[in-house]
Design a protein around this ligand. Structure first.
Ligand code: AMP
Length: 299
């Protein structure tokens, strides 16, 4: 039996090209057609240079949504002067090929002036959750993230959005922002995808030299060791974190922005021999050569 596809819901094979929308108007009309056909929509915000971590978010969306949009936008507002905005990897052709292979339905890839036209003057700022960790190490970063993600949520009108736990503080900030602004979207966190040696996948890993790449998994290994110590009650939290920092410094990591254990919901600091009765995570950020690595794990 053949079925007539609903408007905007034409059946497609995984090898179909995703629809590429460059403007907000094109994105909105695409989503409107899907809506008329009764289809649910998932959004995966990215800055491109896609790897298996990003594609795991696409798969998570495809599991629960009828249509999946991947946004690719290197957001200038989340880079401080002197950071890597100009050199951030841009790999459009291979990104599009990867998204075609996994069957993503659409790519939203606006140019900066589409997102921030002349006169743009509004910043979304989330308090409390941004008072620590990368909120201190990268001033302005979370304002840039919250602003662009709020816009992407409103531009796409998606039902659900998928974020990696790799950037756990970002996930919490985005979830808070959507709740506070009454944006009707479900913000879903997905597990970190790692290399076999434990290094969390990141678009910035391409900056690592061969020697640095060999050393990089030490960050995750020291975090696992510290988490194990904390879990087994061997010494206090601060000592476990300090020892991890010392071990990594001795191996040439640095500066180390933080290795800290925090409440997994509120990001309240945990230290000393506080009994850990709520879900907690160990967060780390450290430079290795020119590359800033971040990671976090549940304790
Ligand atoms: P980015 O392109 O780095 O801004 O990341 C886009 C999304 O992919 C964010 O939600 C990230 O948390 C997520 N992501 C990045 N790396 C990973 C990873 N290794 N595993 C899972 N998600 C990731």
């Amino acid at each position: 039996m053949t079925q007539t596809p609903a408007p905007g819901a034409a059946s497609r094979s995984p090898k179909d090209e995703p629809v590429v929308a460059r403007t907000i108007a094109d994105l909105r009309s695409l989503v409107a057609a899907w809506r008329r056909a009764g289809l649910s929509v998932g959004l995966v915000p990215t800055m491109g240079a896609l790897h298996a971590g990003h594609l795991s978010l696409v798969a998570a969306s495809q599991d629960v949504c009828d249509r999946t949009i991947v946004s690719i936008f290197v957001n200038p507002k989340q880079f401080a002067p002197g950071e890597d905005l100009d050199t951030y990897p841009r790999t459009w052709d291979s990104d599009l090929a990867a998204l075609r292979d996994v069957g993503a339905h659409a790519v939203f890839a606006p140019i900066p002036s589409e997102v921030y036209p002349a006169g743009h003057a509004t910043t979304v700022s989330v308090a409390n959750l941004t008072d620590c960790l990368d909120g201190i190490a990268r001033p302005g970063f979370f304002d840039g993230v919250a602003t662009v993600v709020a816009k992407l949520f409103l531009q796409s009108g998606a039902d659900k959005a998928f974020f990696g736990e790799k950037d756990f503080q970002q996930f919490l900030v985005v979830r808070r922002m959507a709740a506070d602004l009454d944006i009707p979207i479900d913000v879903i966190g997905c597990p970190t995808v790692r290399e076999a040696d434990g290094l969390a996948l990141s678009s910035r890993n391409t900056y690592l030299s061969a020697a640095e790449r060999a050393q990089a998994p030490r960050l995750h290994q020291e975090m696992v060791k510290a988490a194990h110590r904390i879990r087994s009650g061997d010494g206090d939290i601060s000592a476990a974190c300090a020892d991890a920092i010392a071990a990594l410094s001795a191996e040439g990591f640095g500066p180390i922005d933080y290795i800290e254990m925090r409440d997994a919901e509120t990001l309240a600091a945990l230290s000393g021999t506080d009994p850990v009765i709520r879900p907690a995570r160990l967060f780390a950020a450290a430079r290795l050569g020119e590359t800033r690595l971040i990671d976090n794990i549940g304790v």
